[in-house]
Design a protein around this ligand. Structure first.
Ligand SMILES: [Zn+2]
Length: 150
């Protein structure tokens, strides 16, 4: 019964845009990816420069969600550390040659470069994080504790 309902929903949505999992690349439906500036830029680039118009609805499918979440966390940390390195270099540059306009420009270029570098492994955020199934997990944990106590 549940699959029937899901198939019906899928058919309705498919009429609009085909879903595409950003993690495994399959056409499975899943959690909506937030259409941010980076994705908009990639879309623009594909359409205007490469002449490809792939208007997929970007999702993360159920099978990939756990892996995606881990990778996304790692990505966010990595991006932050890239930016910190960029800021340190820029700060150093300005500190070494204070008042030098070129140092400021170059420092800014380093930060921009580090940001672009972090986009190589870009993983977008989700439109909305699913509610963690704490009920089931909590239950399992309680069960484990109970077993230990007995
Ligand atoms: Zn997937």
């Amino acid at each position: 019964m549940q699959t029937e309902k899901r198939d019906g929903m899928r058919a309705g949505r498919q009429a609009k845009r085909e879903p595409r999992c950003i993690y495994c690349g399959s056409a499975k439906d899943g959690l909506a990816v937030r259409e941010d500036a980076v994705i908009a830029s990639i879309r623009w680039f594909n359409r205007r420069i490469l002449g490809r118009y792939r208007n997929y609805r970007l999702v993360v499918c159920k099978d990939c969600y756990l892996n995606y979440r881990k990778a996304r966390k790692k990505y966010v940390r990595k991006q932050a550390s890239y930016l910190v390195v960029g800021l340190l270099f820029a700060g150093l540059l300005v500190a070494v040659s204070p008042g030098n306009l070129f140092a400021y420009l170059f420092g800014f270029a380093i930060i921009a470069f580090m940001y672009l570098l972090s986009l190589v492994s870009y993983l977008p955020a989700l439109e909305a994080e699913p509610q963690p199934q704490s009920g089931a997990r909590q239950g399992a944990r309680d069960g484990g504790n109970r077993a230990k106590n007995v």
